[in-house]
Write a protein that binds this ligand. Sequence first.
Ligand code: ATP
Length: 478
Amino acid sequence: MSATLQDIISHAKEYGFVFPSSEIYDGLQAVYDYGQNGVELKNNLKQVWWKAMTQLHDNIVGVDAAIFMHPLTWKASGHVDGFNDPMIDNKDSKKRYRADQLLEGKAEEYAAAGQQDKADALLQKMGELLSAEKLDEVRDLIIAEGITCPISKTSNWTEVRQFNLMFSTQVGSVAEDSSLIYLRPETAQGIFVNFLNVQKSGRMKVPFGIAQIGKAFRNEIVARQFTFRMREFEQMEMQFFVRPGSEMEWYEKWKETRMRFHKAIGLPAEKLKYHDHEKLAHYANAAVDIEFEFPFGFREIEGIHSRTDFDLRNHQELSKKKLQYFDPDLGEDGKAIGNYIPYVIETSVGADRMFLAAFCNAYTVETGEKERTYLKLHPALSPIKAAVLPLVKKDGLAEKAQEIAASLRLHFRTVYDEGGAIGKRYTRQDLIGTPFCIAVDYETMENNTVTIRHRDSMEQERVPIDQLKEKIGYAVDF
Ligand code: ATP
């Protein structure tokens, strides 16, 4: 039985993973808070990404740039003029929609009805019209396709308008034009503006990369599908600076490396695929998405983009500061290669989308003789690694279990639980994805061994206490 998005949302809330933001005031659309287990899972995801992208590469280092940046940053990046979604309103329901999503929905309907050709033709047409900014014709297409508002059921549409997705605010107390700044819509630009700082202070040689994890903000018009599309979210991005001309080689390399990562954290190969972009963004000469099969279909979790020298060149132009690298190597002609603006391969993944992918994939309901729900998370991602459970509280078992928990806690997140029947306690841990439950029984008091109960197989094995740290520590490491 496959889970619905509603099952996922309910489980996430009931077991302390994700809550609607400001819920006591009925929430805020497309903004979410992570609870006690969610924050652990998300931190673990960020840690494994950071390790995979920095620690394991001698030539990739990290930064943590500010959310606020000089307003010209967003002029240079193209976000002021081009970071728009086409939006259309239904005059009867007064509801607002993304024009491209209405058409994509129609294409999905065609595809579901076996009319793949029609679906492809519609998407192609839409791509052409949007690239050419022919917004009136996008509206005509919506009407011609008979697309109606899901609420009013009418096709009484307004014109299509471009809507900039950046949030803005004022710096200081005076509301002047010059004090208008944006909340960053992507973390990448904090890396680009620091490119030379890092290169020089770290004596980095091209090819090298800069990684960053941080919040980004987008005023998404249509926010749905839980944490898939949020207005405040976190990105994990890496910009890899290469010699012009070598970018396609690195693009292919990163495409494969990033796919391997998603498999390594436990996402199954059959739920992952590449999706090449038919329509390239203004800054890219090649782009691919890694898609994951969510309960609502295959959707992007990560983008790998060959961004050329677009960003660095524009920053150089607007800041009037040279953003060039001196390459001391010799070229094929035997002469020094000298100065150039590097090309960039970007890998960009949303921490929240990856969280949702890992969570959806882990959510398992076993039917049969005894129904069981558990989170089959990669142990490195599990919020809690081990739970120590005394069989009974008396005869010194509770104290012994507490002692074991205290010693394991120094190495990985461990909880102690003595409340209720042992079966109930196993269930509690299953529901939040704890990979190992350690039961302390009368035999423990005799020979210093415990049983480890494995979450997925429910098998139990007897292990000496002094081997727990190594055995579990090894399994939960990434
Ligand atoms: P989409 O087409 O879904 O809007 P995008 O192509 O605009 O995404 P990018 O700008 O390439 O996305 O951002 C890189 C990654 O950041 C995405 O793959 C996704 O994981 C994450 N991301 C982007 N927008 C959001 C959002 N509103 N909420 C959560 N994660 C997001």
